[in-house]
Design a protein around this ligand. Sequence first.
Ligand code: COS
Length: 380
Amino acid sequence: MDFSLTKEQEMIKKLAGQFALEVLETVAAELDESHTFPIENFKKMAALGFTGIGVPREYGGTGGGAIEEVIAVNEFAKKCMSSSAILSIHLIAPHAINKFGNEEQKQKYLPRLTKGGELGAFALTEPNAGSDAGAVKTVAILDEDTNEYVINGTKCFISGGSRADILTLFALTQPEKGLKGMSAIIIEKGTPGFSIGKIESKMGLAGSETAELIFEDCRVPASNLLGKEGQGFKIAMQALDGARIGTGAQAVGVAEGALDLSVKYAKERVQFGKPIGTLQGIQWYIADMATKTESAKMLVYYAAYLKDAGKAHTKESAMCKLNASENARHVTNMALQIHGGYGYMKDYPLERMYRDAKITEIYEGTSEIHKVVIAREVMK
Ligand code: COS
């Protein structure tokens, strides 16, 4: 068993770490304060090849797979969770098109979503279809005269949805069949009948815009169907199996960032005449944080390895996301505690990291849903 990274993976780690330090960290607090989506930084990610990870070079991507995605997302999250979420969530669209799209769709959309710097989004959730993703009500009915789908419905909580250029939308093409009548459709920004509704004000992850998307008699060519009619739910589930590894990588990253800051602070902060890091109470915190983070990381890498090896990874992706997200909440909480009053102040990044970490227990499927998925897989 070899745990070392390849030369190329080491290079990605170095580049991502440098970019996170020099570009992402400098704006992290400001994005959080101003609730601004860092579109310019997203373009820079594209120029460096991060937005094409997992997409073959012939379609404008940078190759690699889940391991490379984990490395980049993880490095970004150490410094700015919003930016890491933006990359991780963006990648769902090109990965879904790469896996389920036909040749024409791949050639049309992938170069734009990779080196082209266009943003992708994944539009599944609706007001009454959150954990119960199969309860989607948005419809896409084929108009046989024009060979277009006519889409009507509302999506909510769509990360990056207000900024996305190309979205994978999940809608019922045969509503009478329920989730078996769900299909995946590619839709572009600016399509008549597609508008942006409410932009949410959130507890954390403020740099990643979360939006309501409204479809009113929105027409898209039938050729935008991704995969086959009725395959939509399975496409969504498989896309989430991959995306949850990315969320695990975000969670590990924010925990590592919080641990790094805590170690530094514990060495520098003097109380009772000595650095607080010499106190056993603080050392126990640090030991717990490091152990939780390292074990979470192992599970994330294992799930990524399985995905890249083309092996089943539904269970491991759910496990790594469940474990890493709960760990991130614990670790950022302990880090905040070590920093005491300073941790609670906005002058320090800990309170932001704590708020940002919380979302990893909710989006891409709640912890409770992951337990359902894991139990089903274990008891198969
Ligand atoms: N990969 C491939 N197929 C899958 C799958 C997966 N990971 N998970 C389920 N399926 C298939 C099932 O095999 C079943 O197909 P058949 O009828 O042919 O056997 C079909 O999809 C329906 O699956 P199931 O009966 O398990 O659906 P449920 O309605 O019980 O829902 C859960 C399954 C709860 C797992 C699903 O709704 C879910 O993941 N919810 C959370 C959604 C989420 O993560 N939202 C976040 C928003 S996106 S940011």
